[in-house]
Design a protein around this ligand. Sequence first.
Ligand code: ATP
Length: 296
Amino acid sequence: MKKLTIQGMAKINLGLDVIRRREDGYHEVKMVMQTLNLCDTLTIEKSDTPSITIQVGTAPLPADENNLIYKSANLLMQHCNLSLGVSISLQKEIPIAAGMAGGSTDAAATLLGMNQLFALGLSLEELQKLGVKIGADVPYCLQGGTALSEGIGEILTTLPAAPDCFVVVGKPELSVSTKYVYENLHANSLQYHPDIDGMVVAITNKDLDGITKRMENVLETVTEKEYPVITDIKDLLKEKGAENALMSGSGPTVFGIFTEEKRAREAREALQQSGLVKQSFVTTFSDRTGIVVSKE
Ligand code: ATP
C-alpha cells in the first residue's frame, strides 16, 4: 500500500464534570464522550525521504511541526524507527478551537492511518499510550464511540452505544482556548456537579430522555458567562424542539439533541438564519472512528 484515506470523527461531551484541580495544575475530569458523524479526512501517502510534509488546504492551521498531525507522525516514526516519510493532506470539516477535539481527532487519525499504511501492527492500547503524549483526549479519539473518560481524560471505560438521535451542532464566530477556560474555572468551589453516573446508567438502558435531562457541562460557568451567544444558541435549539442543548467541551460549540430529523433540519435552518452561528451541521452519533475510505 502506498496511500490511504482515513476519516477521524469529531466528539461532543454529553456530560462534563471537573472533580478537582490537582496540586500539579491538571484537572481531574469525569466526562461522557460521544463521537459524531462529522469528520476530518486525512490522506496519508508514503514518501521516500524520512520527512513529514503536511497540507492543510484553506484551513487556518499551521502546516509545520506545530500541527498535531506532524507531532503524531513524528512520534510514531521515532517509536517505530521508520526510515520512510509521509505526506499528509488534511480536509478539515471539524470546527477549530471549538470544543470538539478536532486537533486530537487528527492526531488519532494520523496514528491509526500510519499504523495501517506501514503495517506497524501496534495495538489500540499501544497507540493510546503514544497518543496521550500528544494530548489527553487522543486516547479517546483513537477508540471513538461512547465512553466515560476520567483522570485527566486518559482513563477510559467503553460504554454501550448511545441511542440513535439527531444532533444539531452550531459554532459561533468566536474561538475559545481550552487552556483559558480551565485556568478560569474555580474547580474546587463549583456549585453543582452533573450526574455523570446517572447518565452512564441511562446510556446502558438506551434511555435517551434519561441522557438528555442529565446533560450538563461545568465549563459553561466560564465560557457561557463570557459569551452570551452560547445561551442564545441553546435557547434557540430548545425553542425549536431540542430535547436539550449543551456546550461541548470548553466551547464555544453548542449541540442540541433531537428525536426527529425534520425538526433537527428546521432547527439548523433557524440557527443559520439567526446569524448566531458561523458553522452548523445536522448529524448523528457514530459508534466508531478511524474509518479507512480508500487504499491504493
Ligand atoms: P478540545 O475539544 O480538545 O479542547 P478544540 O476543539 O477546543 O479541542 P482544536 O480544534 O483541537 O481545539 O484546536 C486547538 C488548537 O490546536 C488550535 O488553536 C490549533 O491551532 C491547534 N492545532 C494544531 N494542529 C491542529 C489540527 N490538526 N487541527 C486543529 N487544530 C490544530
